[in-house]
Design a binder for this molecule. Sequence first.
Ligand code: COA
Ligand code: THG
Length: 595
Amino acid sequence: MTDEPDRRNLRILLLCHSFNSLSQRLHAELRALGHTLSVELDISDAVTGEAVALWQPDLLIAPFLKRRIPDAVWRAVPCFIVHPGPPGDRGPAALDWAVLEGAARWGVTVLQADGEFDAGPVLAASFFEPRAVSKGALYRAEVTEAAVEATLLAVARFAGGEAPPAGLSGEDRWRGAMPQSARRIDWAHDGTATVLAKIRSADGQPGVADELFGQPCHLFDAHPAGAAALHGLPGAPGDVVARRDDALLRRTVDGGVWIGHVRSAHACGDQPPFKLPAALAFAAQAAALPERALPLLQGSGEPPADDDEEWAELRYVETGEPGARVGALSFDFYNGAMSTAQCERLRDALRRVKQRDTQVLLLLGGEGFFSNGIHLNCIEAAAHRDGDSAADESWRNINAMNDVALEIITCTDRLTVSVLRGNAGAGGAFLALAADEVWAHRGVMLNPHYKNMGNLHGSEYWSYLLPRRLGADAARALMQRRQPVSAREALRIGLIDQCAGCGTRDFTAAALRQAGERAASYNLRERLMRKQQARAADEAVRPLADYRKEELSRMHRNFYGFDASYHVARYHFVHKLAHAWTPRHLAVHREAAGR
Ligand code: COA
Ligand code: THG
């Protein structure tokens, strides 16, 4: 029996197309259970074979894989495929179909790879009721939760030498890649619900092929428009009739949709097109449209009823009695990316809500992401504009991010809390630390480091905010290690203050409730006094302006200096170029073997 693996500590190889949010989450969950992990990106069959030879895993897990695992590998090592569909469902576009068809119940299946795509024995499955949101949003919330549950169950069964229970497999149903024809929009006939389902089924990728202003483009980031937004606007179905910030309002037969992002050759010079805010990609056309702004502070300030909720990136609501009031500002930027313009709008919103008489200010970020920092796509686009450059736009964007962070750090007359409803990365993770407290739930992953983007130094006052929480040594180690950190791990090391055990759904309500208690607590005044003293003392030791200046001088070198690593890395990221190797901080097996 000496060949039996130590079942409590498995050697696991994650094989993935990219180290995406689900792969990161599984990596963290499995490590927390005591397993030893290494990661290989799916570069080629030879590289996969080499990884298996070097790491000698007990088990290979594929959380996000688009290509076939070579026969020699799945015959030698048990390979678990995480499939975003219920048992029996097979194929490369499972979620696209589920979203387009509005499946009432969906699931994630863990199956064992064999020679046929997704046809091996089912090991575990988990089910959920999908919300009406985009494929990407579903993937990052419900699908990820179900995938974690099913994968941990399958791994526990494997570790325990247990056979999967009978009756897991469903009726065999293969569904191929989704052609554009399945989601082409017929503006003359499709109602708002149909238009939304089509765009959501293709969002994040590949988008719905369509046209705007007579130009071919792909559509993303769609939201229903309320009656107020449409009121008094002329136009036929398909017409673009207004704008709000960077989104365009397009008529449908029974209402309208906001289109937030497009991919169009138009704004990308001679490069292959990439995704951009709609009003940036069609700047001249958008400038001629009427603006349908949504006031930040609405009427009574009470939260609007769910059914008349009108979409906007920035929203602010207040709750609670005078003297114990909570303000909650959400900034729901697509993919968590924050362009210069978005940062400026957020900064202005912060200045306004700081004038309000509230005792606690919650920074809710977005629903899917808290924030992912500077907007790399908008920066890339600047390289293709006359008289502009990616370096200049990077500089403007990081300064605008810093202005947002500064508004939060200097908000000392009330308690500030970052509420992480979704993941946060790079500058977005440090932006969260600008608040007094950081609350997250157990599904959240943080990437509190910058180096993955071409060795960026980073700003957002991280050199003040991070050591203040972790101490200088641990701060440096975290930045160098470049590893994703789960909310639970973040709580353990002191990076955040709370990690709720509930899932996404109940978390926001619980955070609001807790904020209400803080706002009403008898010792709040004393706590704020201590906070003001601490800020003043910190300022006397070293002014914030000084941290900023030093960080920005390093960033200036990243943007304008001789070493172009950042520009190369950003180009690869924005154009989604295939990985040529697995980063060494992930491929532990190569680190150890020195190859
Ligand atoms: N600036 C600009 N864009 C940024 C950014 C920044 N600072 N930070 C993040 N982003 C963007 C990414 O480019 C990505 O863009 P996209 O929506 O155009 O793809 C997006 O934010 C999400 O980031 P990503 O790193 O891809 O994280 P993710 O794991 O949350 O996203 C999916 C996952 C859903 C988009 C992708 O993995 C997917 O399509 N999965 C489907 C899996 C599936 O169905 N598989 C079937 C076969 S098994
Ligand atoms: N067994 C083996 N490898 C696998 C799976 C498996 N690799 C990952 C895979 N499951 C995940 N599921 C799919 C299912 C279908 C497709 C891709 C991943 C697919 N892909 C191409 C396409 O999009 O048209 C076709 C490519 C090809 O034929 O090679 O259809 O269960 N060993």
